[in-house]
Design a protein. Structure first.
Length: 286
């Protein structure tokens, strides 16, 4: 049996000043298009794959060298070992391109190999772990390439039908949209709770910590060489879903950033209000 999905996402938002020395209004427009497919070879074994195309543009002239366009393809297989337990692996290749004529050529190629396992400890507790290896190579040899292991582990506990507790830890490669070449290794963890107060109203509380060890050489390497940040945050949000296709969110977040680069240290309090309209996805033909 074959199944799959196709879809698209669009967002428009203001970029933060976390990695910017140009304190001006900067609007980020991001788009993504995806298609996934899954073929059930037998009662336990399945193969899957997908393609993803993303793009991001910024309005601030000083940041437009970070406009980017990426294409990714991935494939893998998984095997149901029993009950809701699954063991599998996957591979992803990513090609990222940046504006022609930019002073810094930030184009890169990335290969990711990952094994994963999802298993159920009890009716109320699930674990999801993965680990693998990531290799990123830049066309510009002045930007450091990266190769190393990545991992993620998460636990999901449902003591009641309306209450959920989640904990996670990770090591991954990340970057901010306005400073793509200043990418970093992120080592962090989080704990979150969700309470479904009614069928349409959800309360979420989230605490997280992340150590960011910067590898890329770019504008943020100002005085101390390699930049190292530590970020802690606390979030409280209320979600309201009056209809299946409409989501309203009101949230408050406190964030503290410490850094060996004095310019990037700050405390921040953010109030966020947004709405999401979901048009759904379309199944590919069998």
């Amino acid at each position: 049996m074959f199944s799959g999905q196709v879809g698209a996402n669009y967002s428009k938002s203001l970029a933060s000043f976390v990695n910017s020395t140009e304190y001006a209004r900067n609007v980020v427009e991001a788009t993504s298009y995806y298609a996934t497919g899954r073929y059930q070879v037998g009662p336990r074994w399945a193969m899957f794959g997908g393609v993803l195309e993303t793009g991001a543009t910024l309005t601030e002239a000083a940041s437009q060298a970070n406009d980017n366009h990426t294409k990714s393809v991935d494939f893998g297989t998984d095997y149901a070992t029993g009950g809701r337990n699954t063991l599998g692996w996957e591979y992803r290749y990513t090609d990222a391109r940046y504006p022609l004529g930019s002073a810094r050529n930030e184009d890169y190629r990335e290969d990711t190999w990952r094994a994963f396992e999802r298993f159920t400890l009890s009716e109320k507790t699930e674990l999801d772990v993965s680990g693998g290896y990531l290799k990123r190579d830049y066309a510009n040899t002045t930007i450091d390439s990266f190769s190393g292991y990545i991992w993620r582990a998460g636990a999901d506990w449902h003591p009641t039908d309306k209450f959920q507790l989640q904990a996670a830890g990770w090591r991954n490669l990340q970057a901010y949209v306005v400073a793509q070449s200043d990418y970093y290794v992120a080592n962090g963890g989080s704990i979150a709770t969700r309470w479904d107060t009614t069928e349409k109203i959800y309360l979420t509380v989230d605490f997280s910590y992340q150590a960011q060890d910067y590898i890329g050489v770019g504008e943020t390497d100002i005085t101390q060489g390699s930049r190292r940040d530590k970020v802690t945050s606390a979030l409280v949000s209320v979600d309201y879903a009056p209809f299946r296709f409409l989501f309203l969110t009101l949230g408050y977040r406190h964030e503290n950033r410490g850094s060996n680069e004095t310019l990037f240290r700050y405390n921040d309090n953010i109030i966020d209000a947004r709405f999401i309209v979901r048009f759904g996805t379309w199944a590919l033909p069998h």
